[in-house]
Ligand binder design. Structure first.
Ligand SMILES: NC(=O)c1ccc[n+]([C@@H]2O[C@H](COP(=O)([O-])OP(=O)(O)OC[C@H]3O[C@@H](n4cnc5c(N)ncnc54)[C@H](OP(=O)(O)O)[C@@H]3O)[C@@H](O)[C@H]2O)c1
Length: 377
């Protein structure tokens, strides 16, 4: 049995065993799915790992990050840092990280809007009870359907809602391609397009307003993933095109959708803060491996292995929200923009996501999809 110092290594690799069989295949290491790796096996896998940018390589890098973590760059936000009266919207707040983050923001005094899929009526009461706050309400939205995104934005506009902190958390890992009502891949729509559409609307409708001189900037925080580093370059000629894929390709598409998100987040930060002062603080993060329901769509055969591994070895959402709390609440994260945290460490996003040409092209090439989304309503 391994000592505590190896636990994180085991977790990261085990988790990704669900995400992609590729881990096992590409490391050229005869590991069976479901067997927990020992520390030596992880180390061996790391030395054998190919240098090219593959999903497996990114995972190996993530394991190395864990091994090399020394001192966090940023400190957990003390409990007495409050956000009283600030309106906070959290997408995907009914479970996992989003739920834990919503409770934390409510505890600190935020007026909460939970933007969740229909069918989570109990969530508001649960979050009220867990946080002791009464100012918690639900707005229904299905981020895989841009018509639903527009309906949600219409309601926010009609009610004159103004957001101080938007936590764009909702996400999923589909085991195979899944087409949305508008003909996009679901991970593309949920991780990238719906955020683009929603934030465009918020800025147009005044739901998010850049800070006045001397005022406090609103914050937009994206939950991305280190898997964005392993993605192939964005194929702009095929942006948004739906293509079938199976389980072996699922992790690749997850990584690609997170690359689109990280590229968009970086570009949004540039565009909203052109003068060098922070008018809207735009940040992103990867929480590391967290025991949530992200693996809920794992093939039935793998679930008896994956779920206990997640529960036993991954961090709880309550612990894993530390970087979210930092970016949403820490005073210093409100006066800067473009920060990316992996756990509690600052990192640059990948070169591809940071590249301004990619950011501008993604912005321009997705304009037509944003315009079409209005026609779909
Ligand atoms: N868990 C990890 O190890 C890990 C690592 C890196 C990054 N992340 C990221 O963390 C974020 C939160 O995931 P999690 O781990 O907390 O997983 P989770 O427990 O499965 O929570 C995901 C949330 O997203 C919501 N969601 C999914 N599709 C949606 C849609 N079409 N419309 C609206 N909401 C939707 C889910 O709602 P329903 O319950 O209705 O489906 C749920 O509330 C994701 O962006 C994920 O990519 C997670």
């Amino acid at each position: 049995m391994l000592k505590t110092s190896h636990h994180l290594e085991r977790l990261e690799v085990s988790f990704e065993v669900f995400g992609g069989v590729a881990v096992v295949q590409t490391l050229h290491h005869p590991l069976r799915i479901g067997r927990v790796l020992t520390g030596n096996e992880v180390a061996l896998a790391m030395t054998r790992a190919p240098k090219r940018r593959t999903v497996a390589n990114a995972i190996v890098e993530a394991v190395r990050d864990f091994r090399n973590l020394k001192t966090p760059d940023v400190e957990p936000v003390p409990d007495d840092v409050r956000i009283d009266g600030k309106t906070c919207l959290v997408t995907g707040a009914n479970c996992g990280l989003g739920r834990a983050a919503a409770i934390e923001l409510a505890r600190r005094g935020g007026n909460m809007i939970l933007a969740c899929r229909p069918g989570h009526d109990e969530t508001c009461d649960e979050i009220r009870e867990a946080s002791g706050s009464e100012t918690v309400e639900m707005l229904e939205v299905d981020l895989a359907d841009v018509r639903s995104v527009h309906r949600c934005c219409d309601e926010m506009q009609r009610r004159g809602i103004r957001i101080s902190i938007a936590l764009m958390n909702a996400g999923l890992m589909t085991p195979t391609a899944r087409e949305t009502p508008q003909g996009y891949d679901t991970m593309f729509a949920v991780h990238f397009l719906s955020k683009r559409v929603m934030i465009d609307r918020w800025l147009q409708d005044g739901v998010i307003r850049p800070a006045e001189p001397g005022g406090e900037p609103p914050r937009i925080v994206f939950v991305s993933s280190e898997s964005h580093r392993s993605a192939d370059a964005i194929e702009f000629d095929h942006l948004g095109e739906y293509a079938e894929y199976g389980i072996k390709e699922s992790m690749r598409h997850y990584g690609l959708s997170k690359l689109l998100l990280s590229t968009y987040a970086t570009e949004l930060s540039r565009r909203l803060n052109p003068s060098g002062t922070t008018d809207v603080a735009v940040h992103a993060l990867c929480p590391g491996g967290v025991s949530t329901r992200i693996a809920r769509d794992a093939p039935a055969l793998l679930k008896p292995i994956v779920n206990p591994v997640l529960r036993l070895f991954f961090r709880s959402p309550e612990k894993a929200i530390a970087p979210i709390t930092y970016l949403c609440c820490a005073p210093e994260a409100g006066t800067s923009t473009g920060m990316y945290l992996h756990l509690m460490n600052r990192k640059p996003v990948s070169d591809s996501a940071a590249n301004p040409d990619n950011g501008a092209k993604l912005w321009e090439d997705s304009e037509a999809m944003v315009a079409r989304s209005r026609d779909a309503t």
